[in-house]
Design a protein around this ligand. Structure first.
Ligand code: SAM
Length: 154
C-alpha cells in the first residue's frame, strides 16, 4: 500500500503532522509514504513571488523547513532518492522533487540541477514503514507444565 501526500500539505496551515500521523499509524509495515512539500529552506525569489500570489487565493502556501517536512515521515525508513545510493541520514533523503529518481534521459539530473529554481523549493521523499519490533516477553509457563517437564511425567 502507498499513501500519497503529493503537493497537498503546503496548502494546509497548522499542525499537519496531526493529519499524517494517523495514516502512518494505520499503514502496514512495508507500505510507502510519498510526500512532496514546498519548503522555505531553499526558497528563491521565484518561490517568494509564487507565495505572494498564493496569499491572494483561498489556499495560501504554507512553507515548511526541511526538518518540519522530514518529521512528517516519523520513524519511517527513507528510500534513497538515487537507486543504489547508500542509506542516508534523516533529512538527506529529501531532495528537490525533480531529483527524486529522475529518468536517465533527463539531462537536468546529469547536470545536478533542479528543473527550475521554483522546483528546487519543492522537497520530495519516500519513506517505508518499518516492521514492528516485538517487545513482548515470553509468557511464563503454567506451573503444572514446568513440574511435569522436571519429573518427566505428563
Ligand atoms: C497541486 S494539487 C495536487 C493534486 C494531486 N495530489 C497531484 O499531485 O496531482 C493540490 C491539491 O490540494 C488540495 N487542497 C488544497 N487545500 C486543501 C485543504 N485545505 N485540504 C485538503 N486538500 C486541499 C486541492 O484540492 C488540490 O487537489
Amino acid at each position: 500500500m502507498a499513501v500519497l501526500f503529493v503537493s497537498v500539505l503546503h496548502f494546509i496551515p497548522g499542525d499537519v503532522n496531526a493529519i499524517v500521523e494517523p495514516f502512518r499509524a494505520a499503514m502496514s509495515p512495508g507500505s510507502a509514504l510519498v510526500l512532496s512539500h514546498a519548503t522555505s529552506g531553499t526558497a528563491t525569489s521565484q518561490t517568494e513571488e509564487v507565495q505572494r500570489l498564493y496569499q491572494r487565493t483561498p489556499t495560501p502556501l504554507q512553507l515548511r523547513d526541511l526538518a518540519e517536512v522530514q518529521a512528517l515521515f516519523g520513524d519511517f525508513a527513507m528510500v534513497a532518492p538515487q537507486p543504489g545510493a547508500a542509506p542516508r541520514p534523516a533529512g538527506a533523503a529529501l531532495v528537490p522533487v525533480s531529483h527524486w529518481r529522475p529518468d536517465p534521459e533527463d539531462h537536468l539530473a546529469v547536470e545536478g540541477l533542479p528543473a527550475s529554481p521554483f522546483l528546487a523549493s519543492f522537497l520530495a521523499g519516500v519513506g517505508i514503514k518499518r516492521a514492528a519490533v516485538m517487545t513482548e516477553q515470553p509468557r511464563p509457563e503454567p506451573a503444572g507444565q514446568q513440574a511435569s517437564r522436571r519429573t518427566g511425567r505428563r
